[in-house]
Ligand binder design. Structure first.
Ligand SMILES: [Zn+2]
Length: 224
């Protein structure tokens, strides 16, 4: 199993890209600005996109990716790229991005019979088999409906991505029953008092709160 970090920054600037991970060749986990670093051949191999929640830093490459690979996929007779997300997240994508105003509706283009994207709802606790990998949908606690994802790395243990989340007892409860090899945690704010207040409002972690929340474990931990 190869997981490539395409983006793990909270914003853009030279050298900074927002959240996205590529699992092997065919599964994208979140679609931040990091997706744009992939060459066209790699973009055309993506068959599934898992979206943790509707915030722009996690979704803004979906539409650009669809536009980029649409002709190639149509010429090769490929099925749509499946976008897996909570029903609320899919509804937000339809209403606010793929609405014909911000971006064309690629769930109906280039034709309703052969669209570039297909939306499919997921639920917390659900397990999917994508690209030959077992992936579980994890609970998250954020300002909008949100999830995390765990990818089964067989004997190596699970690769876990929390998505954007504040204090989340249900997540730690679930992780205590899994062999977690790698844990990727979002941390949006620093620890100074002003930003701590913002973090509470935004239902996201500061580094200090994040570490307090993590049960003792021996996993490799990455804070983005
Ligand atoms: Zn967010």
């Amino acid at each position: 199993m190869i997981i490539r970090v395409l983006g793990c920054s909270g914003a853009i600037a030279a050298g900074c890209r927002t959240t996205s991970f590529l699992l092997d060749d065919a599964v994208l986990i979140d679609a931040g600005t990091g997706v744009g670093d992939l060459p066209l051949e790699a973009l055309a191999k993506i068959e599934h996109i898992l979206i943790s929640h509707s915030h722009l830093d996690h979704v803004l490459s979906i539409g650009l990716l669809a536009d980029t690979v649409s002709r190639v996929r149509l010429a090769e007779g490929k099925a749509p790229i499946w976008v897996h997300a909570l029903p609320e997240t899919l509804a937000a994508l339809r209403a606010h991005i793929f609405n014909g105003v911000i971006w064309p509706d690629f769930t109906r283009l280039p034709s309703a019979e052969h669209p570039t994207l297909a939306f499919t709802p997921i639920a917390v606790g659900e397990t999917m088999l994508l690209g030959g990998r077992r992936i579980e949908v994890l609970p998250a606690s954020h300002t909008v409906p949100a999830v995390g994802f765990a990818v089964d790395g067989d004997a190596a243990g699970w690769w876990v991505y929390t998505g954007d989340t504040g204090p989340n007892p249900a997540l730690w409860e679930r992780l205590q029953t899994m062999t977690v090899a790698h844990l990727v945690i979002e941390t949006a704010f620093s620890d100074d008092e002003r930003q701590r207040y913002q973090a509470i409002v935004a239902a996201e972690h500061t580094p200090e709160r994040k570490y307090e929340a993590i049960p003792r474990s021996s996993v490799d931990m990455f804070v983005r």
